[in-house]
Design a protein around this ligand. Structure first.
Ligand code: ITT
Length: 197
């Protein structure tokens, strides 16, 4: 099966491709000849994921999936959440987002947080949502150079280092995105059975 992955984020593409079974082929927006800034106007990850998938499905007329991810910090009532990309402003600067988040957590003992990914699959005109959650905590300071976004300050439960100090395979062993992708793949694996019944 071939699906268009409705994202402009190269890191997401690398992470997703590294966990795909051979039976599933992903086409990127660039490979599909689509060059747009995908809208994320809503106040939930679910609504944004649905909008991204619908936008790209209309443009390419093919089966596709999108995902929206947020970092939800307990002591900040779930912030930055759906605003994770633009937390420090429309410049979408990962470094500025991290500075702002660490600043808002200064002096707070509760560092617990989680990454949450919502995938929206549009398959033959039907919509399917899959969620992946990675619990963890916010480090006292940024540490590590790999990964992207908030990876330098996120330590998943079960680890003592940030995502930004992990290989792709190690991050995938904990990650929100991999968990949501696992659910998507498991769903696709049920399809032949469904079609027979
Ligand atoms: P799309 O084209 O898929 O929309 P995006 O980069 O805008 O790509 P999101 O809106 O889902 O992606 O991301 C929200 C923010 O959360 C953004 O600042 C990302 O850098 C960050 N983020 C998403 N997944 C992450 C991960 O696995 N590790 C660290 N930061 C992540």
């Amino acid at each position: 099966m071939t699906l268009v992955f409705a994202t402009n984020n190269q890191h997401k593409i690398e992470e997703v491709r590294s966990v795909l079974p051979p039976s599933l082929n992903i086409i990127t927006l660039r490979e599909a000849g689509i060059d747009i800034d995908i809208p994320e106007p809503h106040d939930t990850l679910e609504a944004n994921a649905r909008e991204k998938a619908a936008t790209i499905a209309k443009m390419c007329g093919a089966n596709c999936f999108s995902e929206d991810t947020g970092l939800e910090v307990t002591a900040l009532d779930g912030e930055p959440g759906v605003r994770s990309a633009r937390y420090s402003g429309d410049g979408r600067s990962p470094a500025d987002n991290i500075v702002k988040l660490l600043g808002r957590l200064e002096g707070r003992n509760n560092r617990s947080a989680r990454f949450r990914t919502v995938i929206c699959l549009l398959l033959d005109g039907s919509e399917h949502l899959f969620e992946g959650i990675c619990p963890g905590r916010i480090a006292d300071a940024a540490d590590g150079a790999d990964g992207f976004g908030y990876d330098p300050i996120f330590i998943p439960d079960g680890s003592s280092t940030t995502f930004a100090r992990m290989s792709l395979a190690e991050k995938n062993s904990y990650s929100h995105r991999r968990k949501a992708m696992d659910k998507l793949v498991a769903f696709l694996n049920t399809l032949p059975l469904k079609r027979e019944s």
